[in-house]
Design a protein around this ligand. Structure first.
Ligand SMILES: [Fe+2]
Length: 368
């Protein structure tokens, strides 16, 4: 019988820096989309499927640690694990493959000057989704939750925080929002920017409105463009949660759910929003809702001071017309299943079936 390892167990091993060799046997084009950080790659998928165990003959790894084989859905990786087991390795197959890995997450604390306010970045590593817990004294707020509510509840309880607010920067298109579910479970207030999109009860947080937890104040700053409702949240003088408006090395795409002319109009609004964000103090830390690559288990937050961002962003903001041209002509392919995901997020529904069926794949919310 092939030994298997659950995605959650592999996640825990990597989180604990436990020695393990992760061997990705997928085809080059699948690997190029997304991968497990630190994994080795040997394109053996087709050969193994065709019954050629010799495809792994050239593979050599340390013998003092387990090997986890990975494919797209956890089928052919079992053959790979069998072949390696026969060669004497302690090999096991990642159950559910990269599809199951889509739910794996890790955390990093954001370094801030004020020790009474803490921000923990919760990263869905495969998809690059970034969410946050802001905690101060006994209270916490969660921004853009993209993994199971249990994860935020565990982190909050470890710090002695009660989750009082759940905030979204916008209606997401790349992952199923866990915001409503988390708010229902915790009794927290569910805060969304003003929009005519969602079909469930929530509290609207308007431009300039502020929520307070302990020493932390979160002020909504309407930054339309990626979507009309997109809003950033400024935390004291310390940080700004930029959603999909501004990333560490790129800006939000303006075209999802928009016809070409509407996308150009959104791009104009995005230009104004980015000019507004660029005006924030240079020492303020920008905390986006996505990273462009799978996120390592390195405990280092995906973040950059606004000063560092302004250095490249200013090149984008020289003229509005040039900006509009740039962000509407270099668009990546749309995220898989985004129409269905947006529809579920607007309905406030979480599918009872396996969410990874809809969410698998890398995120594609940025223009870089
Ligand atoms: Fe988005």
């Amino acid at each position: 019988m092939t030994k298997q390892i659950a995605a959650e167990t592999l996640r825990e091993w990597l989180d604990a820096q436990q020695p393990v060799t992760v061997l990705d046997i997928r085809a080059d084009e699948d690997r190029a989309q997304w991968a497990i950080p630190g994994s080795l790659h040997l394109n053996a998928y087709e050969a193994l499927r065709a019954g050629q165990p010799g495809a792994l003959a050239g593979a050599s790894f340390p013998r003092d640690r387990p090997v986890v084989t990975v494919c797209n859905a956890g089928g052919v990786s079992q053959t790979a694990a069998d072949v390696l087991t026969e060669r004497g390795f302690d090999a096991r197959s990642l159950a559910g493959g990269m599809k199951a890995w889509s739910l794996a997450w890790n955390t990093a604390e954001v370094q801030l000057a004020d020790p009474s306010v803490r921000v923990i970045q919760v990263r869905r590593t495969g998809k690059g989704c970034l969410s946050y817990i802001v905690g101060s004294t006994d209270d916490a707020a969660v921004i853009d939750p993209s993994v199971s509510p249990d994860v935020y509840l565990q982190i909050a309880s470890r710090h002695g925080w009660s989750i009082r607010y759940v905030l979204e920067t916008h209606v997401h298109a790349d992952h199923l929002s866990r915001a409503r579910e988390l708010a229902l479970q915790t009794g927290a207030a569910l805060l969304l920017p003003a929009q005519q999109r969602v079909r469930f009860a929530c509290t609207v947080i308007a431009d300039g409105e502020r929520v307070v937890l302990g020493n932390a104040g979160l002020t909504a700053t309407h930054t339309p463009g990626h979507t009309d409702e997109s809003t950033s949240y400024v935390l004291n003088e310390a940080a700004v949660f930029t959603g999909d408006t501004l990333f560490i090395n790129g800006v939000g795409r303006p075209d999802l759910h928009a016809a070409p002319e509407a996308a150009r109009q959104r791009a104009r609004r995005l230009f104004a929003s980015l000019v507004r964000l660029r005006g924030l103090p240079p020492g303020m830390v920008a905390l986006p809702a996505h990273a462009s690559e799978p996120i390592a288990f390195d405990g280092r937050a995906v973040a950059a001071p606004m000063g560092a961002i302004a250095a490249w962003l200013s090149g984008w903001l020289v003229s509005e017309d040039a900006f509009v041209e740039r962000v509407t002509s270099q668009l990546p392919p749309t995220p898989p299943n985004f129409v269905r995901i947006v529809d579920l997020n607007e309905a406030g529904e979480f599918p009872t079936s396996d969410p990874t069926d809809l969410e698998a794949g890398a995120n594609r919310c940025a223009v870089t």
